[in-house]
Design a protein around this ligand. Structure first.
Ligand SMILES: [Ca+2]
Ligand SMILES: [Ca+2]
Length: 204
């Protein structure tokens, strides 16, 4: 039970941090350790998938590409050294389309994909929810995606090129539950506890 309490305390802290209005862009919490959580992305609604450039730490020349339903739409979006933070780009999508994002690192002629299976198993991204409020991005519900450009054995800091997307849904696999999942679980624990208490008082 002690470990559960520790986890709950940690998640309360995480919820508090993510609840701050107009916070800076998210950042990967454990640099140096490959992200254990992987993600599958799909288009939420038929219409525009909007991307915002959220910054780049990379010295290499890099840009963004997208694969929709296994069809490569090409790269060249948001060249990292000439794009202003907050710049936008959009693609037309249909609800349910499968989406794989990738960056091209031109210095090492390597693509890094959001699907680890396409990187020989290496997880090249960190992703989390984001509420907008930075660099002219309106408040709203977004998905933040941050790429690592050095692969296994690199610094795995997941800040080498970062983006914000609207109109995509992320399913997470493995790793630690997202703060939103924790909120649901904590709510669930509370509901179960109050049901038990109610049942107990009813039988006395
Ligand atoms: Ca890096
Ligand atoms: Ca970096």
């Amino acid at each position: 039970m002690r470990s559960l309490n520790a986890l709950l305390a940690g998640s309360t802290l995480a919820l508090g941090l993510t609840g701050v209005a107009h916070a800076a862009f998210p950042s990967y919490p454990t640099p140096g350790i490959e992200n254990a959580t992987t993600y599958t992305f799909t288009a939420t609604d038929t219409g525009s998938l909007v991307a915002y450039f959220a910054g780049a730490d990379a010295g290499d020349d890099e840009d963004l590409g997208l694969i929709i339903n296994m069809i490569d739409q090409g790269a060249g979006v948001f060249p990292n050294h000439t794009t202003a933070v907050g710049a936008t780009h959009s693609w037309a999508v249909t609800a349910g389309d499968s989406l794989v994002f990738y960056i091209v690192d031109h210095n090492i002629s390597t693509n890094w994909y959001s699907d680890p299976a396409m990187n020989g198993g290496f997880n090249a991204i960190y992703s989390t929810g984001y509420g907008g409020g930075d660099a002219g991005i309106p408040a709203g519900s977004y998905t933040f995606v941050a790429f690592e450009d050095r692969g296994p054995g690199g610094d795995v800091d997941y800040n080498d090129e970062t983006f914000v997307f609207r109109n995509i849904s992320a399913v997470t696999h493995g790793g630690v539950p997202e703060p939103a999942s924790w909120a649901l679980m904590i709510f669930g624990f509370g509901a179960a506890g109050s049901m038990l208490r109610r049942r107990r008082t009813a039988t006395v």
